[in-house]
Design a protein around this ligand. Structure first.
Ligand SMILES: Nc1ncnc2c1ncn2[C@@H]1O[C@H](COP(=O)(O)OP(=O)(O)OP(=O)(O)O)[C@@H](O)[C@H]1O
Ligand SMILES: [Mg+2]
Length: 272
């Protein structure tokens, strides 16, 4: 499906991503970990062509993604929706309109200017919000929602594009542990139920271990780990994070243990 061959991105002297190669041959949930500046965001941004690679090749089902131009490039970008740490919603706009923005790249400028959405799209937006447990917030302004709810709106907007791949850049970095779990579980469900590929940059080891089928570890722009979460031992984590003997899992952990209280509150949050 998705294949990277020696993908490199340099900013002048600085090499953000250095000859990254991997193949993902079926839809799975992939976590990308590494310390700040390791190249995680740059890798994701090259995948959906927000940033162009300096060299190397990205292909998806035989399509040369790195070579796409114009309409073909925009089509690709709607195939791989991106979710950001800061949600990137329009704060004063209502939730359902934010979600409908996910259809932007297949609508005319005219209909966008006048907020003319087909009924069918509106119904679909509500269905998606329902699925994510936030349909009751549809008429509210996005800014009136909690961080976790806003991130689910961002996921809903991504789903509106009906993407093959969902790219998430630190989707839970601004959330409290409870909301972080709800958002990660939503991404996991989307992967499992829809068969979409999810690639998420994550800043904690425990999240990568719990939710991902595969973990890619980056250090100084290079991929230094690519395996199942079971293989992510303390010593391999040490290698990824470049920490010395004082390395502690706690520094890369949000400590979100799914005890009973947490599970109960999760159900509450989902019902809100
Ligand atoms: N637009 C840019 N111009 C110049 N240098 C950049 C640019 N974007 C990223 N870099 C550099 O590339 C390297 C990798 O950055 P990147 O943002 O991909 O790291 P990251 O792993 O996502 O870090 P973080 O965990 O802090 O988000 C860094 O050294 C960064 O300074
Ligand atoms: Mg980043």
């Amino acid at each position: 499906m998705l294949k990277l061959a020696n993908v490199t991105k340099s900013y002048g002297e600085n090499i953000a991503v250095h000859s990254a190669s991997f193949a993902i041959d079926k839809p799975m949930m992939v976590g990308v970990i590494g310390r700040s500046g390791a190249g995680k965001s740059t890798l994701l941004r090259m995948l959906n062509r927000l940033t162009d690679a300096t060299s190397g090749e990205i292909t998806f089902d035989g399509l040369n993604v790195t070579a796409l131009r114009g309409t073909a490039k925009r089509q690709w970008q709607s195939q791989c929706a991106m979710i950001f740490q800061q949600f990137n919603l329009v704060p004063r706009m209502d939730v359902v309109s934010n979600v409908l923005h996910g259809t932007l790249n297949r609508r005319s400028t005219f209909s966008t200017m006048f907020n003319l959405y087909p009924d069918e799209d509106i119904h679909r937006a509500i269905d998606i919000l329902e699925r994510l447990g936030i349909a009751q917030h549809a008429p509210k302004r996005a800014e009136a929602l909690s961080g976790g709810q806003q991130q689910r709106v961002a996921i809903a907007r991504a789903l509106m594009q009906d993407p093959k791949i969902i790219l998430a850049d630190e989707p839970i970095a601004s959330l409290d542990p409870m909301n972080a779990q709800v958002v990660m579980q939503s991404l996991r469900d989307i992967h499992e139920q829809d068969g979409r590929m999810v690639i998420a940059n994550l800043h904690t080891l425990d999240t990568a271990r719990r939710y991902c089928d595969r973990v890619i570890g980056m250090r100084d722009g290079a991929i230094v780990f690519d395996d199942t979460p079971e293989m992510l031992t303390t010593s391999s984590a040490r290698e990824i994070y470049g920490a010395d003997a004082s390395f502690s899992e706690a520094t890369t952990s949000t400590q979100i243990e799914p005890d009973e209280t947490v599970q109960r509150r999760l159900v509450d949050i989902a019902a809100q």
